[in-house]
Design a protein around this ligand. Structure first.
Ligand code: FAD
Length: 467
């Protein structure tokens, strides 16, 4: 069976970028269709990314905290782990959110077409569904087809013991010995979960620091802390991976490489994600795609074809849900005739590890590269009453100020709930706040976000020429 649908706006992909664009377009009165290959809306983020990982990280955090209070005289004993129940919990969280999205689509009269969509021309997409095929004829299209994990040719990815993040989130088993390949956010988050569940974790990272996008001083304390959990092999790379009956054998070379191949029960390959740009026949619509699969856009999220837009992971870094959401809003508003464009000062990044590592605005590295006359101010949590009271005194809050204007241009927080504390710093940068604005704001005591005001006071104390 086949049908043809005509619409003002079609959105290819229902991840955070896609559903945000579709809902905004519908709210603006545009006739809107979403094409999604899976039956659940929400893309990577809701189904196999942000949300399930945070559901599991929450459990891991509670387990770690329960263990930590034994130092204060309270012991719970060893946890028993019911993997099926934990998986059910995670799936329930996902179901609640994806079900909510389906309801919101219905409420807005956004039509969802299930199946795999490919462009057939500048104004049409053919969707191959399980039971029927659909041709969607559109006035405007928004490509939000997202990304997938990078695979390497020398790794036998088809072996069930070689995981990507989606496999790791399935919680099929708790491997006794697990290698996390790549010390970025996703690898460290999943490593944190499996460590809490009882796996012995090795992390191998080619560069000389984990979370390479963050400043070195921000990552230093964090690295010290995670060494209690992980055997960390920095400046080391994997050179071969062999699947044998009794395990996955991994050979490494570099500073911390073991001399012999190591046997693992599972290997999580988390070395980054690649865009899906080459899989949608966008060239049939005249859309340019680069050699890696990214689609280039202008500030209005418009591709080289003026009625076709692209948003989210498929247009480039940072591959983060909140970036895609804002891009989606811009694309929908531009289509509706508004003169909106995407030009954020800040896109926050957070590793929801233990402790969390969070940063927003410029890093020190970027400020240096841009030739900005900057100064940093750090408030160590060892001086925070709240942090000491809750066993989090190894955290820190770091602010970066423009030394000439005293305006805040960046910030980072390492510590418990660091990601939540980032909100104030992001807003301060967007609003053009200076150090005095932050220092004079009365922060509640004792809170962790007090550290933001106190770091600003550190900067104020270090200068004598207040404007
Ligand atoms: P996606 O979410 O990838 O959605 C694309 C959608 O398009 C998918 O549903 C796909 O099925 C569909 N699709 C693709 N091609 C077609 C086609 N041809 N036809 C039909 N449908 C198609 N980001 C954060 O901001 N915070 C986090 O904490 C966070 N944690 C993460 C944890 C993990 C383990 C992973 C893997 C990612 C995480 N991310 C996080 C990243 C985040 O998930 C992505 O940045 C975000 O999902 C990108 O949104 P998107 O809409 O661009 O694409």
């Amino acid at each position: 069976m086949s049908q043809t649908i005509k619409t003002q706006v079609v959105v290819l992909g229902s991840g955070p970028a896609g559903y945000s664009a579709a809902f905004r377009a519908a709210d603006l009165g545009l006739d809107t269709v979403i094409i999604e290959r899976f039956s659940a809306l929400g893309g990577v983020c809701l189904n196999v990314g942000c949300i399930p990982s945070k559901a599991l990280l929450h459990v891991a955090k509670v387990m770690d905290e329960a263990k930590a209070v034994s130092a204060h005289g309270i012991s719970f004993g060893e946890p028993t782990i019911d993997l099926d129940a934990l998986r059910d919990h995670k799936n329930k969280v996902i179901g609640q959110l994806t079900g909510g999205l389906a309801g919101m689509a219905k409420q807005r009269k956004v039509q969802v077409v299930n199946g795999y969509g490919k462009f057939t021309g500048p104004n049409s997409i053919a969707v191959e569904g399980d039971s029927e095929n659909t041709i969607v004829e559109f006035d405007n299209a928004i490509i939000a087809a997202g990304s997938r994990p990078i695979e390497l040719p020398f790794i036998p990815h088809q072996d069930p013991r070689i995981w990507d993040s989606t496999d790791a989130l399935e919680l099929r088993e708790v491997p006794e010995r697990m290698l996390v390949m790549g010390g970025g956010i996703i690898g460290l988050e999943m490593g944190t979960v499996y460590h809490a569940l009882g796996s012995q974790i090795d992390v191998v990272e080619m560069l000389d620091q984990v979370i390479p996008a963050a400043d070195k001083d921000v990552v230093r304390g964090f690295t010290k802390r995670i060494k209690n959990k992980f055997n960390l092999m920095l400046s080391t790379k994997v050179t071969s991976v062999e699947a044998k009956d009794d395990g996955i054998y991994v050979t490494m070379e570099g500073k911390k490489a073991p001399t012999e191949p190591q046997r693992y029960d599972a290997v999580l390959v988390s070395i980054g994600r690649t865009p899906n740009g080459k899989n949608i026949d966008a060239e049939k619509a005249g859309v340019n795609i680069d050699e890696r699969g990214f689609i280039g856009v202008d500030k209005q999220m418009r591709t080289n074809v003026s009625h076709i837009f692209a948003i989210g992971d498929i247009v480039g870094q940072p591959m983060l849900a909140h970036k895609g959401v804002h891009e989606g809003h811009v694309a929908a508003e531009v289509i509706s005739g508004k003169k909106h464009f995407f030009d954020p000062k800040v896109i926050p990044s957070i590793a929801y590890t233990d402790p969390e590592v969070a940063w927003v605005g410029l890093t020190e590295k970027e400020a240096k590269e841009q030739g900005i006359n900057y100064e940093t101010a750090v408030f160590p949590w060892a001086a925070s009453g709240r942090a000491i009271a809750q066993d989090a005194s190894d955290g820190m809050t770091k602010l970066i100020f423009d030394k000439d204007s005293h305006r805040i241009i960046g910030g980072a927080v390492v510590g418990s709930n660091g990601g939540e504390l980032l909100g104030e710093i992001g807003l301060a940068i967007e609003m053009g706040c200076d150090a005095e604005d932050l220092a004079l704001t009365i922060h509640a005591h004792p809170t962790l976000h007090e550290s933001v005001g106190l770091a600003a006071e550190v900067f104020e104390g270090s200068i004598t020429d207040l404007p």
